[in-house]
Design a protein around this ligand. Structure first.
Ligand SMILES: Cc1ncc(COP(=O)(O)O)c(C=O)c1O
Length: 400
């Protein structure tokens, strides 16, 4: 486990960052997404047993395991970016502005929308979100998967009618393939990272993620705000969206933001240490599939470089044992459906409380109130069953 204290953290939101994901864009995203069929806020669960056993005041777990039935928070970002792209294309061809989700699904626009092909690279969840939105809105979709993405994750994307392209190498290689294919074929790249193209789609993806944080702000109404947020990172888009939304709500009172990565895919921690983006090469071999990224998203980095207070890494063993404990009520709280990437933040929190120097460096005390993000459910059901010894259906029957 590594910890790096960010010397560049800004006390308040720098003006140039306020415009990247502004208040107006966040409000628009919330207004739009909350009208979508089957939208409902996901639960913010108080894990009082976990908090007590780890000597903390409060631990709140934003449970994204059932977001839009897709099993991860990623549904918010990829789908919102596809929506914004089609809205722009349809507006340029029809002259109508402010088209809604329902407008884009209407018969009048079916022809315009069906001519569009979106594409993206993914390690599972982003591609599922993009394919889902493409199916709902009626455009075509091609998803690039690197060689280590499991068959279960590929199947969950193909289920929405997307064409799957397998590529050799790691996540970052698949991002480059998707960008090249988009250029060659006239497709529209809906990437969750800005390192292979422009920042429009990645910013829309991140703006979509802020819907989750805006829900949390409403769910926290009348309660004390968190002192710490532990949020896991792949390319950093999620963590940057969390910072942007919390900065807009709390300004200089921004809680400590601890960004957590797998030991073998720690591009953000290395970048923070070097003071400039650093690439991690190789297989990025970690069980936390959603976090197996070797290159930061530059647009996310510009926010995290100033907004994150700490960068931490955890091992696969720490993630797997947390997954098992949370799925089997190991701390006395109701069991949770939590995938390998979902538990990275809370696993880092647990590990930090066990090492006094790290707890002190993070300022963790019995009065601390911590927010963590359970970013996915059993997005790979076989793996979830193998690790936890139970199933999502069994857990959900206990939750209700
Ligand atoms: C379940 C899950 N959690 C967290 C993340 C990290 O998000 P980001 O790549 O934006 O840092 C991902 C990314 O795919 C994910 O799938």
């Amino acid at each position: 486990m590594n910890l790096f204290v960010n010397p560049k953290r800004a006390p308040d939101r720098p003006a140039e960052l306020a415009v990247l994901i502004g208040e107006q864009q966040m409000e628009e995203a919330f207004r739009e997404v909350s009208t979508w069929p089957d939208y409902r806020p996901t639960p913010l669960r108080a894990l009082s047993g976990f908090a007590r056993l780890h000597g903390l005041g409060e631990v709140l777990y934003k449970d994204e395991s059932d977001r839009f039935g897709l099993g991860s928070f990623k549904a918010l970002g990829g789908a919102y970016a596809v929506f914004r792209l089609l809205q722009r294309i349809a507006a340029s061809q029809t002259g109508s502005s402010n088209l809604s989700y329902a407008d884009l699904r209407s018969e009048e626009l079916a022809e315009v929308v069906s001519r569009v092909t979106v594409c993206c690279a993914t390690d599972g969840n982003h591609g599922r979100a993009v394919a889902w939105a493409a199916r709902q809105l009626g455009c075509k979709c091609v998803v690039f998967l690197h060689e280590r993405v499991s068959a279960a994750r590929a199947g969950a994307i193909a289920r929405f009618g997307a064409r799957i392209e397998r590529v050799s190498g790691n996540y970052d290689d698949s991002v480059m393939c998707a960008a090249r294919a988009a250029q060659l074929n006239g497709w529209h790249l809906v990437s969750d990272t800005s390192h292979a193209g422009d920042a429009e789609a990645p910013l829309n993806v991140m703006t979509g993620y802020t819907v989750m944080v805006q829900e949390i702000v409403l769910q926290l109404r009348g309660r004390n705000p968190p002192t710490h947020v532990f949020v896991q990172a792949g390319v950093g888009g999620l963590a940057a969206a969390v910072v942007a939304a919390l900065w807009s709500r709390f300004g200089a009172e921004l809680p400590a933001i601890v960004v957590v990565e797998p030991e073998r895919a720690d591009c953000l921690l290395r970048s923070a240490r070097a003071g400039t983006p650093v690439k991690v090469q190789g297989q990025l071999d970690t069980v936390m599939a959603g976090l197996a990224c070797g290159e930061v998203s530059p647009v996310a980095w510009s926010i995290l470089e100033r907004g994150a207070s700490h960068f931490m890494t955890i091992s696969d063993e720490q993630a797997l044992s947390m997954m098992r404990a949370l799925a089997t009520a190991g701390y006395g709280d109701p069991p949770l459906v939590c995938g390998e990437s979902a538990v990275a933040g809370i696993a880092a929190l647990a590990a930090a409380t066990r090492t006094s120097e790290i707890a002190a460096a993070l300022g963790l005390t019995p009065g601390s109130r911590i927010l963590v993000f359970g970013t996915e459910g059993d997005t790979d059901p076989e793996l979830f069953a193998a690790v936890s010894g139970t199933t999502a259906a069994a857990i959900r029957s206990l939750q209700s």
